[in-house]
Design a binder for this molecule. Structure first.
Ligand SMILES: *Cc1c(COP(=O)(O)O)cnc(C)c1O
Length: 379
């Protein structure tokens, strides 16, 4: 049997929705993007949503609009996809890595506060593979030190923090719509905020800081000339992507329920497999299960990477857990001690979990996982 690691699922109506966009002639950012932004904002309880080309450009714009620039520092976890740090670099600023909590893998507020210097401009917690970070602790730190908070919510659409949806909190949040995330537009990103002035500026920054949107120009009944009060970028989503996004958003509850069901099946199964530590279940948050992360005990005779290799031979695709950015050559020379990050990068394995993964395929993954670890325990 061959089990892929992840695969997007479409629920019907996408091809028709795309055909409608093409027939309309409006394929760049237009009315569908606006409709998708409104639907997204409503779903996560945010006042405003601003669509972008991907989450990396969303993070870059959100940091830039928070005043992050050359010479500044932004505190981020090293345990994250490299885009988290690259977005800081794209602002001309420096990512400063702080350690994570060993149970949630989220940025540790205590380590974060220790990393603050006079150059710290912002803190960017990551809702790790869809599990919200301890935001109240970060808001308290932000207030104490006068630094901005931006959420890397790439994997967190549909997650809640203390009963409130991610996207509705007091900070700017950035979501990814890449196929590896919870819902997809092929490539895409979304910024949410409750600050109207900030939303207005972000909308301009994503299109060369032009003071008129394409839609406003199109609908104008008199001659209008746009102006450019500041410099900006082009990070516009297309109406074709937005049409896909509207379909995916409608399926979100079903997607989240299916991810939850599969995670519960894994949780029940790993109880009887040695050397595996099931994901920590906090009571303050509801996660999205963007990925299912297991910890392979350092006492296991079969280490994480060898286990991945054997599963691959069985036809089961897995991934290492979240990477450690400071291990990469791109961020070499970052001289930091991050023991919990190091351990997680070494010991965590991600198993296939996605809508469309059949129960028989999941049972095969569980059976293979168990057989390798039980055999190694007996040897
Ligand atoms: C995927 C991901 C990103 C980047 O998202 P893109 O939409 O691919 O740019 C950023 N941060 C985290 C934590 C991610 O998982």
């Amino acid at each position: 049997m061959n089990v892929p690691f992840a695969k997007p699922k479409f629920y019907g109506g996408e091809a028709e929705a795309l055909a409608e966009v093409i027939a309309s002639g409006w394929v760049s950012q237009g009315p569908r993007v606006q409709a998708f932004e409104n639907a997204f904002a409503a779903r996560v309880g945010a006042e405003h949503a601003i669509a972008t080309t991907n989450c990396t450009t969303a993070l870059h714009l959100a940091l830039y609009a928070s005043g992050v620039g050359p010479g500044d520092e932004v505190i981020v976890p090293s345990l994250s996809f490299i885009a988290t740090a690259n977005a800081v670099w794209q602002c001309g600023a420096e990512p400063v890595f702080a350690d994570v909590d060993p149970l949630t893998y989220n940025l540790d507020p205590v380590a974060t506060e220790h990393a603050i210097t006079s150059r710290t401009k912002a803190i960017m917690p990551v809702h790790q593979i869809g599990l919200p970070a301890d935001m109240d602790a970060f808001y308290a730190i932000g207030e104490r030190h006068g630094v901005a908070i931006v959420e890397d919510a790439a994997c967190a659409i549909g997650a809640t923090y203390k009963g409130r949806p991610i996207g509705s909190l007091q900070s700017t949040a950035c979501f990814s719509l890449h196929p590896r995330k919870v819902i997809t537009t092929g490539e895409g990103g979304m910024i949410t905020t409750n600050d109207g002035a900030l939303a207005d500026r972000l909308r301009k920054l994503r299109q060369h800081a032009m003071d008129l949107s394409d839609l406003a120009r199109h609908n104008a009944t008199d001659i209008v000339f746009e102006s450019y009060p500041e410099r900006g970028w082009n990070t516009r989503m297309t109406d074709m992507q937005a049409a896909l996004g509207l379909c995916q958003l409608e399926a979100l509850d079903e997607i989240l329920a299916e991810r939850d069901r599969q995670a519960a099946r894994y949780n029940a199964a790993v109880e009887s497999i040695p050397y595996l530590e099931a994901p920590y279940e906090p009571d303050y948050a509801v996660r999205t299960w963007q990925s299912y992360a297991l910890r392979v005990s350092p006492r296991s005779p079969l280490d994480r990477t060898e286990l991945m290799r054997r599963l691959l031979r069985d036809g089961v695709a897995t991934r290492r857990g979240v990477m450690a950015i400071h291990h990469e050559k791109a961020y070499a020379g970052t001289n930091v001690l991050l023991p919990h990050t190091e351990a997680a990068a070494r010991e965590v394995i991600l198993l296939p979990l996605f809508p469309g993964l059949g129960d028989d395929a999941q049972d095969y993954v569980i059976e293979r996982l168990g057989s390798h670890l039980l055999a190694s325990a007996a040897a």
